[in-house]
Design a protein around this ligand. Structure first.
Ligand SMILES: NC(=O)c1ccc[n+]([C@@H]2O[C@H](COP(=O)([O-])OP(=O)(O)OC[C@H]3O[C@@H](n4cnc5c(N)ncnc54)[C@H](OP(=O)(O)O)[C@@H]3O)[C@@H](O)[C@H]2O)c1
Length: 266
């Protein structure tokens, strides 16, 4: 299996690279992120196994030339690709009043535009290598918006919606498109300190390894969608079926005039 993983220098991407390296048979890994030393150390470690060939593309995925660079590297190193994991991402917490459009633009550039452009660059090779798969790592924030993370949610909602369409479009070309929606996962970029530090909420926080398993389910395993933990799909359902209650819970129990019972219109 030949896999390209963006955001492979830490957290979920790194765990996915480690998980894929344990797959039987020959494994080719293309690790993408900005921190070159981290990528090189991981590629050296995983490439020490006889069946694993790991290489890196150190790049900012939002750079204009990044998608073409990644595609050229994959073509040259392997000539095919079985799995693309669009995972690179980050969040900069701010209300809209403080972060403004600039914060929305920044989130869209990394968490949406870059993923779409990398996919566009690799799609011809994915189709030529079919059966193959794309896994898009969105977030439960791509189904339910919370205060202070509107820009992140906007990008992840866009990413999840686009993934749903791509799933339908690419099936006939033999490219399976899967969506992974993690909840809270303790990683470098998302340390979840408050939740982890509180005994009552620690259980809410998942691990990058569990998300890596879900990525395999949603890619080569053929699942269309995986929440991590699985029970988080209830949050997405509640947002549609019980919008008033969902807003009340997310606002800490305070009802604002806009969330009065009866105001359940979409
Ligand atoms: N952890 C959570 O609670 C959680 C929940 C839901 C969804 N997610 C999603 O899961 C994905 C992975 O996040 P994580 O939790 O594993 O966080 P992380 O440990 O901070 O990993 C983020 C990865 O993305 C890479 N990255 C960030 N900006 C980049 C850029 N401009 N160009 C190239 N690579 C870039 C980082 O590498 P470099 O810094 O080396 O570039 C790193 O490898 C993200 O899409 C995130 O939105 C996370």
């Amino acid at each position: 299996m030949i896999a390209v993983i963006t955001g492979a220098s830490s957290g979920i991407g790194e765990a996915t690279a480690r998980r894929l390296a344990r797959e039987p048979g020959d494994v080719g890994l293309v690790l993408v992120a900005r921190r070159e030393e981290r990528l090189r150390a991981l590629a050296d470690e995983l490439g020490a196994a006889a069946n694993v060939r790991a290489s890196i593309v150190a790049t900012d995925v939002t750079d204009e030339a990044a998608p073409a660079r990644i595609a050229a590297h994959v073509e040259q190193e392997h000539g095919r690709v079985d799995l693309l994991v669009n995972n690179a991402g980050a969040a900069w917490r701010a209300s809209f009043a403080t972060g403004g459009w600039e914060n929305v633009r920044r989130h869209m550039a990394l968490n949406f535009d870059a993923q779409v452009r990398v996919t566009e660059a690799l799609l011809p090779l994915l189709r030529a290598s079919a059966p193959s798969a794309i896994v898009n790592v969105a977030s439960t924030a791509g189904r339910v918006g919370r205060g202070g993370t509107g820009a992140y949610s906007a990008a992840k909602f866009a990413f999840a919606g686009w993934t749903d369409s791509l799933h339908l479009e690419e099936a006939r070309h033999g490219v399976h498109v899967g969506l992974v929606l993690p909840g809270f996962v303790a990683t470098e970029g998302f340390p979840q300190k408050e939740l982890v530090g509180n005994r009552k909420t620690r259980w809410l926080v998942s691990t990058p390894e569990k998300v890596a398993d879900a990525i395999l389910d949603a890619g080569p395993g053929g699942r269309a969608e995986r929440y991590v933990p699985r029970a988080y799909w209830l949050g997405a359902v509640a947002r549609i079926v019980l919008p008033g209650l969902t807003r009340r819970v997310l606002s800490g129990g305070k009802l604002t005039p806009a969330t009065k019972p009866g105001d359940q219109s979409p």
